[in-house]
Design a protein around this ligand. Structure first.
Ligand code: G3P
Length: 219
């Protein structure tokens, strides 16, 4: 399973990318707003940090405007990074029209705010490169988010659908394990959850005791 980081925090991206485990980055307007820098400044730097899909969301509501906005984003990114640009498009009928048009122009899309397998199926039919079901928000709403991932994986597998499934709105490490067990293509994970995945108290205790014992024999 590929791991994307779900943040626009450049320090977090830089540090976690240095561990050699990152395959891409997802952002959204809320995550960008937390950074206190301009959109263009932040994204220019993100492209230099991770060589993989970098997901940037459009905010227009009409399909034509979404396509225009997407092309404007692409035009401001240096050519050498174009292969990594992925445009996040919200899941509605205007979004589907925009996905179809961008797909024709060879621009990668990630249909976001997906909450059902039917939405994922429609997004895939329109030509989405990725779909992003938000499992944490489903859990918050009293529905089993992971059940939707299971349904999408079954359907995409039945028809050899190439659209990749990004498990999004991940809240804790168990979500990541469940996503991987279901064979999801990608999990996009907040930095604090990636740190929790890396840590185990028994690992820390083991390192400490090995170092202590080494002191006794090293001379
Ligand atoms: O990738 C989706 C994510 O950014 C939304 O997560 O925690 O706001 O539901 P959350």
């Amino acid at each position: 399973m590929k791991i994307f980081i779900d943040t626009a925090d450049l320090n977090e991206i830089k540090e976690i990318a240095s561990w050699g485990i990152l395959d891409g980055v997802t952002t959204n307007p809320t995550l960008l707003a937390k950074c206190g820098r301009s959109f263009q400044d932040i994204i220019d730097e993100i492209f230099t940090l991770v060589d993989g899909p970098i997901n940037l969301e459009v905010l227009s509501e009409k399909a034509d405007d979404m396509v225009r906005e997407a092309k404007q984003i692409v035009s401001k990114i240096p050519q050498k990074y174009h292969k990594n640009i992925t445009i996040k498009i919200p899941m509605d009928s205007e979004g589907l029209i925009a996905v179809k048009a961008l797909c024709k122009d060879g621009i990668k899309t990630n249909v976001t705010l997906i909450f059902s397998a039917n939405q994922a199926l429609l997004a895939a039919k329109a030509g989405a490169t990725f779909v992003s079901p938000f499992i944490g928000r489903l859990d918050d709403n009293g529905q089993e988010g992971m059940h939707v991932i299971e349904e999408i994986m079954d359907i995409f597998c039945n028809y050899d659908i190439e659209t990749e499934v990004i498990v999004a709105s991940i809240r804790h490490p168990i979500h990541v394990i469940e996503a991987a067990r279901l064979g999801a293509d990608i999990a996009t994970i907040p930095p604090e959850v990636i740190r929790k995945m890396m840590k185990h108290p028994l690992t820390d205790a083991g390192i400490k005791s090995f170092l202590k014992d080494w002191e006794k024999v090293k001379k």
